[in-house]
Design a protein around this ligand. Structure first.
Ligand code: HEM
Ligand code: HEM
Length: 173
């Protein structure tokens, strides 16, 4: 019987690549610059606005993912399929938790955040939470970086070594 679908649909692909690009940019901003409301480098405004955009896009992506067909697991041994599935689920969790802890952190710090000019309300959290939230946001960012490295390496291995068309399932055409 043919598989119900052999590739990710266009919306899934667009969201995958847009969110991946934003995630890399956000990680780079966090690691290479000071994300500080008092710093005049402008990074704080970009990091918070793009980070909140990820949160909104992830709501759309999750809704889409739950209501549309996806291809069967990529070819490979069981353990690889399980690691891939766990990684994908972890990405969904991380891409909600990172913006949420970031938003909570700016709220605890009392720093105003806006989404490209639109003021974003602060979340109800006290100053006491600041250290914990800062630490959590950093750890989640490190986990995202590690998993992204694994995920990209796996994608490139499928494409260049196994040559099994897995990368093409996430590409148009
Ligand atoms: C997917 C979304 C996000 C990613 C991947 C991300 C990633 C990061 C990373 C890697 C750092 C540097 C942590 C370190 O190593 O010290 C950072 C710092 C920071 N992020 Fe995010 N972030 C995201 C969303 C947000 C959002 C939505 C906000 C606020 C609305 C935010 C606010 C901050 C702040 C205030 C800092 C500086 C923390 C400090 O004082 O050390 N982030 N972020
Ligand atoms: C931080 C950046 C990235 C994140 C968060 C991410 C996240 C994900 C997620 C969650 C999935 C599962 C599909 C879904 O259910 O939505 C997926 C699939 C996929 N990603 Fe990424 N991705 C990133 C970057 C990349 C890059 C740079 C590549 C290129 C090598 C890539 C290649 C793929 C491929 C080929 C699939 C399909 C796997 C399959 O068919 O089983 N991803 N990605």
């Amino acid at each position: 019987m043919p598989a119900p679908t052999d590739r990710y649909n266009g919306v899934s692909q667009a969201l995958h690549w847009l969110i991946a690009l934003l995630a890399f940019a956000l990680l780079a901003m966090g690691k290479l610059f000071d994300v500080d409301a008092d710093d005049a480098n402008g990074i704080f405004g970009w990091h918070t606005a793009l980070g909140l955009s990820v949160l909104i896009l992830m709501v759309v992506r999750t809704g889409w993912r739950l209501t549309h067909l996806v291809p069967p697991p990529a070819p490979g041994p069981d353990w690889q399929q399980q690691v891939a599935q766990l990684t994908h689920v972890a990405f969904y969790g991380l891409l909600f938790l990172l913006p949420l802890t970031g938003w909570l952190l700016t709220s605890a710090e009392g720093d105003p955040v806006s989404l490209f000019g639109l003021p974003v309300p602060a979340l109800p959290v006290g100053e006491d939470g600041e250290d914990f939230l800062e630490e959590t946001h950093e750890i989640l960012g490190n986990v995202l970086m590690l998993l992204a490295a694994l995920h990209v390496a796996a994608g490139l291995k499928h494409h260049f070594i196994d040559r099994d068309g897995v990368l093409r399932r996430m590409l148009p055409g």
